[in-house]
Design a protein around this ligand. Structure first.
Ligand SMILES: Cc1cc2nc3c(=O)[nH]c(=O)nc-3n(C[C@H](O)[C@H](O)[C@H](O)COP(=O)(O)O)c2cc1C
Length: 399
């Protein structure tokens, strides 16, 4: 049985929801699932925009067959060669022998790497600025290298003013029937996942996202069809503004996020005291996260949201507590920058984690590390209340 939605009269969403995969990229928890979006353009020539993940092939083929209503496929446009979108290229090439694959030189090279299929005479090679007319519709191809992978391109359809955006503007989360942004509960469910998707999947490539945003600004865009998550039509300005902020590494909120590690609970106690002192100084909506129990992808998303970060870690075998070290590695890898950071450490005989955290922060761009550090010997004592207060004051003052 098919589960398809109409995007326009002759463009049909033939994508699939996946609620079985626990970890996207075998890495990121997706408790709300994920959608793999593929779109069918019915015209004189019939075009499929990308395919879906292998885990949902059976549903996909049902959807496509139904939406085609007996017609065949002329073009398969491949915007992104990551297997969660390209897994069904071979199947479609076999089913529709006259179908041509539309992609750039890198796309075709990757097809040959991933599959054992003969692409001779089955390829329409495109480059920046090329167009493909399918009858009423014309696709303009815009290269978007490293807006996740090097071969990525996006396609602007001029009649419907739809931007087919590859992974850009994608989010985690299954659609559950609600294809459009105005059919889902954006604030309650999608904003967090959109941020977590962006920061962890595309976060490293801010410069390339900026380049794509500049190119996209040349088009009158009425709808954005991403490869994951809802189709944007009501909230285009909202999502473009978020992408602009995130890709410039500017925080969304002037807010404090405290990331702490704690083996026995003493660092956590100090963090709780710090949170109270900050609140007493008027800081609102403080968030504290245990790095051992919060997935690092959520911590990264909070790094992208918040202007101010506190890192508090026990010393562990002369180093930083491993989950905190893991967070710092990810922060660097995903190019977290332009944040104000306060550092607290703990140790029973030689607390050195703080110094090592500062060293890691110095390897990131434009991190403003606050002067006052708080170093705890085993447990924070009452007699150091003033010191804690001064530590909190510098954060509140910097906010
Ligand atoms: C495996 C292990 C290694 C540790 N290594 C160090 C160390 O190198 N230097 C140090 O001062 N304390 C070290 N500690 C002690 C803790 O950092 C210290 O007890 C700290 O107060 C724990 O804070 P917590 O109560 O928040 O977990 C180590 C503890 C463990 C369990």
């Amino acid at each position: 049985m098919q589960s398809t939605r109409k995007v326009t009269e002759d463009i049909i969403w033939v994508g699939c929801d996946d609620r079985r995969t626990a970890l996207f990229e075998n890495l990121f928890p997706i408790p709300r699932g994920v959608s793999y979006n593929s779109y069918l353009i019915l015209d004189e020539k019939v075009t499929v925009m990308d395919t879906v993940d292998a885990s949902v092939t059976a549903q996909y083929l049902d959807n496509l067959t139904y939406a085609l209503a007996g017609r065949s496929v002329d073009y398969l446009v491949i915007q992104h060669m990551e297997p969660d979108h390209c897994a069904n290229i071979e199947e479609l090439m076999k089913r529709y022998p006259q179908m041509k694959v539309v992609g750039n030189a890198k796309t075709i090279q990757m097809i040959q790497q991933f599959f054992a299929i003969d692409t001779d005479n089955r390829v329409v090679l495109v480059k920046e600025g090329d167009t493909l007319s399918t009858g009423k519709h014309t696709l303009h191809f815009v290269m978007a290298p490293m807006v996740h992978w090097p071969e990525v391109m996006v396609s602007y359809e001029e009649t419907t003013k739809i931007l087919f955006a590859a992974d850009a503007f994608g989010t985690f989360g299954a659609l559950n029937g609600g294809l459009f942004d105005d059919e889902v509960d954006l604030d309650a469910e999608w904003v967090k996942d959109a941020r977590r998707y962006y920061s962890n999947i595309v976060g490293k490539y801010g410069m390339q996202v900026q380049a794509l945003l500049k190119k996209a600004a040349a088009f009158d865009i009425q709808m954005i069809c991403s490869l994951h998550g809802p189709v944007w039509r009501e909230k285009i300005a909202w999502v473009v503004e978020k992408y602009d902020l995130w890709s410039r590494y500017e925080p969304e909120d002037r807010a404090v996020a405290i990331f702490y590690g704690s083996i026995y609970g003493h660092t956590e106690q100090a963090v709780n005291a710090l949170a109270c002192a900050l609140a007493e100084k008027g800081v609102k909506r403080i968030k504290a996260y245990d790095v051992s129990t919060t997935h690092v992808s959520e911590l990264i998303a909070e790094c992208f949201r918040c202007s101010h970060i506190v890192l508090a870690s026990p010393t562990y075998n002369g180093g930083i507590y491993p989950p905190m070290e893991n967070l710092l590695t990810d922060m660097k890898a995903l190019a977290v920058q332009k944040r104000t950071v306060a550092v607290m450490d703990n140790g029973t005989w030689a607390p050195t984690a703080g110094k090592q955290i500062v060293k890691c922060l110095e390897e990131m761009k434009e991190m403003n590390v606050l002067d006052l550090k708080l170093s705890i010997k085993s447990a924070l004592k009452q007699e150091r209340a003033e010191e804690l207060d001064a530590f909190a004051k510098q954060i509140a003052d910097a906010l």
